[in-house]
Structures are given as structure tokens and as C-alpha cells.
Ligand binder design. Structure first.
Ligand code: HOZ
Length: 428
């Protein structure tokens, strides 16, 4: 496989963009080699500038639940564009999308649209601090909630991938406002509450961690967080940027039967356009300006094109009854196939999956937190990643990210992926 045009574009990009990219993990620093520059995508396939074709499990890092360029979504966006790109004023589509989210996620009574997951998490934490009058935030090691200052403490995603320290530029004062605990370690969270419970405004958690690879919550973890927050007067924030409308129609809250106080969304809610949102109980959301004093605003918030893409996507999710059964089935077959391929080659892996989110870790140990995720053999992952890429399968270019199956993947795609994995594992 050749990447000549991509390499030429990378060299030009490096002249004017840090790392040649607009988001760090895309630079392939963890795995090396030339990141393919993508020309177009359709269904479960992406095509790069050199004419290479890949079965895509990156899924734009999560949004493409329905696959790329779904005709209904494309049509909705096209129709919206013709009517004007942005008004800075209210539109019917915003109302329809808010109604749709409230129907799919019953604990969301009110919602505010923003432009990214990062904006959503920053705003939700400000709201939590505003309504509780407390300062501290608890997050989990390897948890990633975007690049807001309060979250870049023992963070996952690109921070873990690049092995970066907590980011320079985050003030000591801000960092002191964030406490951390290992994911899935309820006792550690209890200790934090025992020590400083009266100061804790909120616990923010990815209900299925997706930014240290896919790490499901152990039984009782999310319920335990719910109880601890309730008994200490803190808010529970489910960061459903990755899991929302993905691990179930109503996200992780539905899948695990937990009602957090606040939610953050991103990715699928925008159907591939830049949308984030935060929402929750009406009484809490009423503290957001202009109803309340907690300030939050955005020129492009509720952008008509973005709302059209999100609405078309969520309409399909609401309407297609067997969608999540199909995603579950494809995800299960893929991961079983990857495990069998690794076993046949005598390669130790641990595969985690929740619905259509998955990661095959290059370690024989169970992965339930950042420390166990870090036991993986990164060199082996790198070799596997490139062997798969050469065979036309695009995985996330980091061991510490999730893979995503879409509704556009077919049984044949999964079989071809497993065949590629068999060859790749055998060559490690
Ligand atoms: N932080 C994102 C994945 N968890 C990466 C976003 C991107 O590079 O597009």
C-alpha cells in the first residue's frame, strides 16, 4: 500500500499546523508512519488520497453510528444549507432535536446545545459548581472529557497515547480543583468523599470508559457512584459523548439503568457535524443563563446544518427498531473473531466490548482501569495496527482509544476484518 500523496500533504501540513494535524492522535505519533489523508467516505469505508480503501472502525472517533454519508443525513444537511448556514437565532430544528433527545433519554428534561464535547463537559462542570456552591470535581484516571483545563489531569485519549504529563498551561489552582481515582475503584471514590465530601460539586465519569481503550464499568461501580453522590449532595455527571445513542438508544444511562443528574453529549448527537450538548433535570438546567446565573453561550450553538445532521441521525436511531440488536450482534462477532484470531496465533490479548464499542488490548491481563490498560505491549499494538492497515482495515491509531462498529458494517466486512486479523496476528 502506498501513501505518497498523503505523505506529500503531511509535509505541507507540517509547515503550518502543529504536528500537521488539528487533533493530536491523528498525527500517528504513537504508531509511526504516514497518516492517510482521507478524500471521502461512504458507509463502512473510507478512501484516502492515494486511492487506498479501508474498512473503517475509527468512525470519526465515534459519531458515525450510521456509517459515512448516510443518504438521509446528507439530504437533511443539504436542504438546511440551501436555507442559510447560520442565523444566530432560534430555529425549529433546535426544538425538534431537544424533543428527540428528551424522548430517547428520559432523564434529560432540558438541554443546551454547544459545538463540541469539550464545551459540553466544561459547561456541565460550571453548572455543577454553580448550583452546589462547591469547587471540587472528581474524575477518573484515564478518563477523558475533552481538553478543558479541569480535565487534563491524568487524562486518557491523546494525553495517554502520547504519554504526556498533565498539560503545561493548566494552572496549579485549576489542577487542585480536580481529584482523581482509578476507574472502577469505588473504594477510592469513597475515600475521597470521606475526606472532602462537603467540597465535592460533582463526579464526572464516562459510564463506559472509551479513552483508555474500551473499559466497561464493573458491576456496582455506577450504582455506587450514584449512591455516593446522592448521599454527599454532589452531582453525578455522565459524560456520554462517546456512549450516548451508541451503547443503547438511550445511551449508557439506559443500558445500566442509572439516572445521573447531568449528561454531556457529543459525537452521535451531531451525526458527523460539530455538536455537543449538556442536559439533565429541569430544575438544574434552570440555573443556566438566561433563566439562571450560570453563564454559557455560543455564536454557532444550535447551528442549522449541525442540527439537521443530528436530527436526521437521531430520527433514524429512534425509528429503526432492530438497529441496536444488529450493532450488538456485529460487535460480538467482530470481537469473538479477533479473540479467536489472536488465540490461533498464540498472541495474548484481552478484548473489551460494550455494544458497538470495542478494544483489543495487547495484554493477557483483564483491563479494568488505566493501570491495567498500560500493561499492554504497545510495540505489538503498533505492528498489529500497521499489518491491519496494509490489509485494508483502519483501526484507531492508538491502543488507548475505542473502535466503533457502525450500522453500515456488514457480516462480510466483519469476516474480512477477522481474516485480516488472522494474517496480522500470525505475522507479529
Ligand atoms: N480525542 C479524540 C478521541 N478520543 C480524538 C479526536 C480526533 O482526533 O479527531
Amino acid at each position: 500500500m502506498r501513501f505518497e500523496r498523503s505523505q506529500a500533504l503531511l509535509e505541507r501540513a507540517l509547515a503550518h499546523m502543529p504536528g500537521g494535524v488539528n487533533s493530536p492522535v491523528r498525527a500517528y505519533r504513537a504508531v509511526g508512519g504516514t497518516p492517510p489523508f482521507i478524500r471521502r467516505a461512504a458507509g463502512a469505508r473510507v478512501y484516502d488520497e492515494d486511492g487506498n480503501e479501508f474498512i473503517d472502525y475509527l468512525g470519526s472517533w465515534g459519531p458515525m453510528l450510521l456509517g459515512h454519508a448516510h443518504p438521509e443525513v446528507v439530504e437533511a444537511v443539504t436542504r438546511a444549507a440551501v436555507d442559510g448556514m447560520s442565523f444566530g437565532a432560534s430555529t425549529e430544528r433546535e426544538v425538534l432535536l431537544a424533543e428527540r433527545v428528551a424522548e430517547l433519554v428520559p432523564s434529560v428534561e432540558k438541554i443546551r446545545m454547544v459545538n463540541s464535547g469539550t464545551e459540553a463537559t466544561m459547561s456541565a462542570v460550571r453548572l455543577a459548581r454553580g448550583v452546589t456552591g462547591r469547587d471540587l470535581l472528581i474524575k477518573f484516571e484515564g478518563g477523558y472529557h475533552g481538553h478543558g483545563d479541569s480535565f487534563l489531569i491524568r487524562a486518557g485519549s491523546g494525553v495517554a497515547t502520547l504519554g504526556l504529563p498533565d498539560s503545561p498551561g493548566v494552572t496549579a489552582g485549576t489542577a487542585a480543583g480536580t481529584l482523581t481515582a482509578p476507574y472502577n475503584d469505588l473504594a477510592a471514590v469513597k475515600d475521597l468523599f470521606d475526606a472532602r465530601g462537603r467540597e465535592v460539586a460533582a463526579v464526572i465519569v464516562e459510564p463506559v470508559a472509551g479513552n483508555m481503550g474500551c473499559v466497561p464499568p464493573v458491576t456496582g461501580f455506577l450504582d455506587g457512584l450514584r449512591e455516593l453522590c446522592t448521599s454527599h449532595g454532589a452531582l453525578l455527571i455522565f459524560d456520554e459523548v462517546m456512549t450516548g445513542f451508541r451503547v443503547a438508544r438511550g445511551g449508557a444511562a439506559e443500558r445500566y439503568g442509572i439516572a445521573p443528574d447531568l449528561f454531556t453529549f457529543g459525537k452521535v448527537i451531531g451525526g458527523g457535524l460539530p455538536v455537543g450538548a449538556f442536559g439533565g433535570r429541569g430544575a438544574l438546567m434552570d440555573a443556566v443563563a438566561p433563566d439562571g446565573p450560570v453563564y454559557q453561550a455560543g455564536t454557532l450553538a444550535g447551528n442549522p446544518l449541525a442540527m439537521a445532521a443530528g436530527l436526521a441521525t437521531l430520527d433514524i436511531i429512534a425509528r429503526e427498531e432492530d438497529l441496536f440488536d444488529r450493532l450488538e450482534d456485529l460487535g460480538r462477532k467482530l470481537v469473538l473473531g479477533l479473540e479467536a484470531a489472536a488465540e490461533a496465533a498464540g498472541v495474548a490479548t484481552t478484548s473489551n466490548r460494550v455494544g458497538s464499542m470495542f478494544t483489543s488490548f495487547m495484554t493477557g491481563r483483564p483491563v479494568r482501569d488505566l493501570a491495567s490498560a498500560k500493561t499492554c505491549d504497545k510495540g505489538r499494538f503498533t505492528r498489529f495496527f500497521h499489518l491491519m492497515l496494509e490489509r485494508g482495515v483502519a483501526l484507531a491509531p492508538s491502543q488507548f482509544e475505542s473502535g466503533f462498529v457502525s450500522a453500515a458494517h456488514t457480516e462480510e466486512d466483519v469476516a474480512a476484518t477477522v481474516a485480516a486479523a488472522r494474517e496480522s496476528f500470525a505475522r507479529l
